[in-house]
Design a binder for this molecule. Structure first.
Ligand code: PMP
Length: 411
């Protein structure tokens, strides 16, 4: 097994001063056995854990890393901005520049508002929709993740029934269930919120069905409710214009974060003209929301995404990884279900109800120098080169050999 004495020591120290040592989705107990908890370094498409073990990374910080960790152009822009002003008594010029760039880049955007986390952005979208309509009901898909606050948290611990009283659920890509939810909301429908594609945990991913998106758009047009695209996970990774640009469906509001500044902390709500007034009326703010360094990082990131073939290359590398994984699985007699966009893979084993095979496979991958997730969408970035993918596929091949030797067979 990999050396992990430093990791164990840090976790033990953390447990004394932080509840459970670590929390949320990045706690290894929420990921799987064998995962290191602490990291010491990241660069390009690689990460090093606290004990110095090196991995080719397929989580990309769970989305923020789109160009490669420590991308020099982005970090230099942010650090240069930091030298003059970052957190202050108000925004700097770079906020205006970034908003102009977003309005020019994102298909539906007539204005932008900035926050820090994806949850800030989705929650702001919901507040704008309610302010604009004067209505209460929010429709969200069962199993879709929109953040970690009471209106949408996947856990009900510490959440009241009242917090959820205005949330109505439907099934993603199921038009009939959406229509039923719209009917249930009746004249109180404020918004429908949808992730860019179906990317729920431990489920096959699914691209949005065009007819389903159209039904959501039409329901909002008919009732005056807002169509919210939660593009936090997929935004600026699939398409700089917004993840629905290829479907020709325009949201009224979209939430961005993760990849928008290549790892610098920033979130954004981009909206249409008709919601500008409501967006200007709500009270929304945070001590760090005008931070100029992250905004400079976002300007640099979006310019690179617009001006280079970074996203095209990421897709090509995703294709290479998916194809290689499928071939390796076939060689070893395993059947995989690889779903969703190739840049954001979900890899599940056929018949692996309790994830025993997937967990063992990812744990074996770690030992051979590749960091994958057994049940969450993964991420590729523009720093993955063909040689990295090929090296990762060698690790994958060894991981399949290991789990076969350990007696994990498809059931
Ligand atoms: N929406 C989606 C689709 C997400 O994937 C996430 C983060 N995983 C969020 C919202 C919340 O973002 P954050 O964790 O930055 O608050």
């Amino acid at each position: 097994d990999l050396p992990n004495s430093k990791d164990t020591e840090l976790l033990n120290r953390a447990r004394r001063v932080v509840p459970n040592g670590v929390w949320g989705h990045m706690a290894t107990r929420a990921i799987g056995p064998g995962f290191p908890q602490f990291f010491s370094r990241s660069d390009g498409c690689r990460v090093w854990d606290a004990d110095g073990n090196e991995y080719i990374d397929f989580m990309c910080a769970w989305g923020p890393n789109v160009l490669g960790y420590r991308n020099a152009a982005v970090d230099n822009a942010a650090l240069a901005q930091m030298k003059s002003a970052d957190i202050g008594n108000g925004p700097t010029e770079v906020m205006v520049e970034l908003a102009e760039l977003l309005v020019d880049t994102v298909d539906h955007a007539d204005w932008a508002l900035f926050q820090k986390n994806g949850t800030d952005a989705t929650t702001t979208c919901v507040t704008v929709a309610r302010a604009a309509t004067g209505r209460r009901k929010i429709l969200a898909a069962r199993g879709s993740y929109h953040g970690a606050v009471p209106w949408c948290s996947p856990s009900l611990v510490g959440v009241t029934a009242e917090d959820r009283a205005n949330l109505i659920q439907f099934d993603y890509n199921d038009t009939a269930s959406l229509v039923a939810a719209v009917a249930e909301a009746g004249s109180d429908l404020a918004a429908i919120i949808l992730t860019a594609f179906k990317h729920d945990v431990q489920r096959d991913q699914a691209l949005p069905d065009a007819a389903f998106l159209m039904a959501a758009r039409q329901a909002c047009d008919r009732t005056g409710a807002a169509l919210i695209l939660d593009d936090v996970r997929a935004g600026f990774r699939l398409d700089v214009r917004g993840s629905w640009a290829r479907y020709g469906v325009k949201p009224d509001l979209a939430a961005y974060s993760k990849a928008i500044a290549n790892g610098w902390p920033l979130a954004c709500v981009a909206g249409v003209e008709s919601l500008r007034e409501a967006a200007g009326k709500i009270f929304t703010t945070g001590s760090f929301w005008y931070g100029a360094a992250a905004m400079a990082a976002a300007v640099a990131t979006i310019k690179i995404l617009r001006e280079t073939d970074a996203l095209k290359k990421t897709a090509a590398m995703g294709e290479r990884f998916r194809e290689g994984l499928a071939q390796a699985a076939a060689r070893h007699g395993y059947r995989l279900r690889q779903t969703g966009p190739v840049q954001m893979p979900m890899v599940l084993f056929e018949g692996d109800q309790d994830l025993a095979i997937g967990n063992a496979f990812c744990a074996a991958g770690l030992r051979h120098g590749i960091y994958m997730h057994p049940r969450h969408s993964m991420f590729l970035c523009a720093a993955h080169e063909a040689a990295d993918i090929d090296r990762a596929l060698e690790a994958v091949d060894r991981a399949f050999s290991d789990i076969a030797a350990a007696g994990f067979h498809p059931h």
